[in-house]
Design a protein around this ligand. Structure first.
Ligand code: NDP
Ligand code: 8X3
Length: 253
């Protein structure tokens, strides 16, 4: 029987790639995000190419009420989630702290920290009741290092690392695995969002080297969720070969 995975932020990038790979590896999927058309297209593609069953939930994870209402709309069968992938997240803006935009800060904190908590609060009691489950939090190299003008984004991902540890400590006695995966530069819509639609600034981020692709992170997640019951991969830091740390990338002219 297929296991059930709920993936937040499945409409693009890492979440979408994870959905496509898990669907080919015996998972039924709950795919979430704000862009309903993208989620519907992904559902149609997966269902036409695999035997995976897919349902979609459209909501803004920053909104506690919307998140609860969407989750409660699931049938009891769909609520039996084996794997929760807390992936929805973003960086917005790159300014020094004294010039930063408070609205940008709130978007990051509300999505990357509070949204992750809202959905975890809904899913984790069901895992506790069943005595099994696996939560994977998508962190970042920004959760391990702080870089110039990364201030609030880095803080939000450091919080994700701390929450991963906190969740693991609280849930260990219930047989629930908690992991984090922390990627360096992955070419997705991430930089277009960070630079507020400026495609050329976004393209520059990935110039002159081979970044990670969303599929690389999806493969890592698949490895993590297919270990035997007694094995938990606590934390994975995964970087492009050309990136030695957050702000040292070897670029060819
Ligand atoms: P994308 O921008 O391609 O995907 C982000 C996803 O998050 C989208 O599906 C988006 O869906 C969803 N999302 C964003 N805000 C909200 C919201 N308010 N409510 C619901 N869903 C939301 O970027 P990535 O795939 O790269 O990012 C995925 C995760 O990976 C993020 O947590 C990011 O911080 C992390 N990460 C990314 C790295 C990179 O270099 N790309 C490196 C390290 C970590 P929608 O817009 O439809 O709501
Ligand atoms: C995304 C990677 O280096 O832009 O989390 O923070 S980085």
């Amino acid at each position: 029987m297929n296991r059930i995975a709920l993936i937040t932020g499945a409409s693009s990038g890492i979440g979408k790639a994870a959905a496509e790979l898990l669907a080919r590896n015996n998972f039924d999927l709950i795919l979430t995000g704000r862009r309903s058309e993208k989620l519907q297209n992904l559902k149609d593609k997966i269902e036409s190419e695999t035997k995976s069953r897919v349902t979609t939930l459209v909501f803004d994870i920053r909104n506690k009420k919307e998140t609860e209402t969407a989750f409660q709309s699931l049938s009891d069968n769909w609520k039996q989630i084996d794997v929760l992938i807390n992936n929805a997240g973003l960086a917005v803006g790159m300014e020094p702290i004294h010039e930063g935009f408070v609205d940008d800060w709130e978007r990051m904190i509300d999505t990357n920290i509070k949204g992750l908590l809202y959905i975890t609060r809904l899913v984790s009691p069901i895992m506790v009741e069943r005595g099994s489950g696996h939560i994977i939090n998508v962190s970042s190299i920004a959760g391990k290092e702080t870089y110039a003008m990364g201030n609030v984004y880095c803080a939000s991902k450091h919080a994700v690392q701390a929450l991963t540890q906190g969740m693991r400590i609280d849930l260990v006695k219930h047989g629930i695995k908690v992991s984090s995966v922390a990627p360096g530069a992955v070419e997705t819509e991430f930089s277009v969002v960070r630079f507020k639609g400026d495609q050329s600034k976004a393209d520059n981020v990935y110039q002159g080297f081979i970044p990670l692709y969303a599929e690389d992170i999806a493969e890592t997640i698949l490895f993590m969720v297919t270990r035997p019951a007694h094995v938990n991969i606590d934390d994975v830091l995964i970087m492009p070969t050309a990136q030695a740390f957050s702000r040292l990338t070897h670029r060819k002219e």
